[in-house]
Design a protein. Structure first.
Ligand code: XMP
Length: 517
């Protein structure tokens, strides 16, 4: 980023909520960065014009050997610090207080008693505000200079402060929605205590990003693979705004896209945005490579390999390319450098780049790598992308190929395209699309007897699936209203002659995955 914004650093002690804290700060219009718990003062200062630090929560126990500790020098930087849960405990311990491990843990909703209504954190907050607690340990003795500012019956030091040094801490989680005035408390810290300027918004991001893309790319050419998904679309439009025809997009139609998708990508990016678009209609190649294949892994590998070959063949036609643009987002960056490993270390590899053919030597251009998904959607809106694209559910790379269970044929794909379009249409008409993480349909290689018109039929079965999720790692099946299911089911049987039976999938993840293959 070319401009240095007022920045709040979120120091990550391994909390599931670190990213949420950073997003909440950005919702206040203030730029925030997540850094590992062991960052040095120099790391902190390098991340922007830093106005304050938030210590996140975390799963460890402060008294336990090897628990994560911040660099003690952070307390001498003259910056305000706000400790949340583990962050409060580790700050207390390092400054001379004591943390204890009581027998009972505390989870769930609590009401605090504010003891110091003039505390900067509680400005405008009600005296018995509802908060969300989730902790085992708690502070037993405060460090010198600190006072108690709120309590609950089970946790005396629910909120504390050393106003002189601008150190604050809360045992609860102000970042989660169940803490009803949590955002107000964060705002009090960020805007009042830290005096951070609220100059972070997608409108100004566009101008800064355009400037920095131009400065980086110069007169060279950039290639971008368009998938029709949100991230690559927003990245392409942003880069196009910066360098116009120095961007060339490659779009591969693998024959397993949704109904009307190839047409809409061509018309939106080619005609509306007037981008250079290299289009490969590879439907036949994909179908013939998949002929006779029914094993899910075999299908995935076949589709993946052919996609890469097709993409590189198209890329070679695009002239002298220096950069490959990717829609990498901020969570990918944070998770890939997490000092804690865990599920984060299996995050999507920066696809394709590792295995670049010898004759293609590209640098990466990742203009969204500072942004969270909701910021990317907002950026997309501001860049003029249509809402249906900006709010789109995730769609897997192998597309309908992994939803056509069994052998993939043109006829089955065409039927599935219709079924999928009807299901999504009914969900949108019912106003439920935004509540659902992902809605999908699968065609099963199972036939059943039916009666349609006066005729006995023997046709395939389809399943509909909709799930709610935060990050696709776990998912719950969506309680779809019966009338929506009924309309989808009767339209599918009336309009798609290949099927005569519709099921609704009520499996969660785990044990099932979101996709069937
Ligand atoms: P599963 O089925 O593993 O899916 O629960 C989790 C999420 O990942 C998506 N998915 C993919 N996305 N390429 C992708 O870009 C793929 O090969 C792929 N496979 C699954 C899936 O749609 C869900 O959102």
């Amino acid at each position: 980023m070319s401009k240095r914004h007022d920045t709040i650093v979120v120091l990550d002690f391994g909390a599931q909520y670190s990213q949420l804290i950073a997003r909440r700060v950005r919702e206040l219009g203030v730029y925030s960065q997540i850094l590992p718990f062991n960052s040095t003062p120099e790391d902190i200062l390098a991340s922007g014009d830093v106005k304050g630090i938030i210590f996140s929560g975390g799963p460890a126990s402060v008294p336990a050997a090897g628990s994560p500790r911040p660099d003690q020098r952070l307390f001498d930087m003259g910056l305000p610090i706000f400790g949340i849960c583990y962050g409060l405990q580790v700050m207390s311990q390092l400054l001379g207080g004591l943390v204890e491990c009581p027998e009972h843990k505390e989870y769930g909703i609590a009401n605090i008693d504010v003891l110091k209504a003039d505390s900067p954190i509680f400005k405008g907050v009600s005296a018995h505000s509802q908060v969300w607690m989730s902790h085992g340990d708690r502070v037993a003795r405060l460090p010198e200079g600190f006072v108690q500012t709120a309590s609950t019956p089970s946790c005396p030091y629910t909120a504390v402060e050393d106003r002189k040094r601008k150190f604050f801490g809360v045992q609860f989680h102000p970042e989660v929605v169940h803490s009803l005035e949590g955002q107000k408390m964060l705002s009090n810290f960020v805007l009042d205590v830290c005096q951070a300027q609220a100059d972070w918004n997608m409108g100004s991001f566009i101008n800064e990003a355009v400037e920095s893309i131009r400065a980086e790319v110069g007169d060279r050419q950039v290639l971008c693979g368009l998938s029709g998904g949100v991230d690559s679309s927003v990245a392409a439009v942003l880069i196009h705004k910066a360098i116009g025809d120095q961007l060339v997009c490659v779009f591969v139609n693998n024959g397993m896209l949704r109904k009307g998708e190839a047409e809409s990508v061509l018309s939106l990016f080619g005609e509306h945005f007037n981008m250079r678009l290299q289009y490969a209609d590879a439907e036949e190649a994909f179908l013939s490579a998949l002929k006779g294949k029914t094993d899910p892994e075999d299908k995935r590998k076949t589709i993946g390999k052919l996609f890469i070959d097709t993409f590189y063949n198209e890329a070679r036609k695009c002239g002298d390319i220096s950069y490959l643009a990717q829609g990498t987002l901020y969570p990918d960056i944070v998770e890939s450098r997490s000092p804690f490993g865990g599920p984060t270390s299996t995050i999507k590899s920066h696809h394709n780049v590792g295995g670049l053919p010898e004759d293609l030597k590209w640098k990466l251009l990742e203009p969204l790598k500072e942004l969270f998904k909701d910021e990317v959607r907002e950026l997309g809106r501001q860049l003029g992308l249509p809402e249906e694209l900006v709010d789109r559910h995730p769609f897997p790379g192998p597309g309908l190929g992994v939803r056509c269970i069994g052998e993939v044929t043109k006829e089955r794909l065409d039927a599935l395209r219709e079924i999928d379009a009807i299901f999504i249409d009914e969900i949108r008409k019912a106003g439920l699309y935004g509540e659902i993480w992902q809605a999908l349909a699968d065609l099963l290689p199972v036939k059943s007897v039916g009666v349609q018109g006066d005729e006995r039929t023997y046709r395939e079965v389809c399943t509909l699936r909709a799930v709610t999720s935060q990050d696709a790692m776990t998912a719950d099946w969506y309680r779809m209203p019966y009338d929506v299911l009924q309309r989808a089911s009767s339209r599918i049987c009336n309009e798609v002659s290949a099927v005569n039976r519709v099921l609704y999938d009520i499996s969660s993840k785990p044990p099932a995955t979101i996709e069937w293959e």
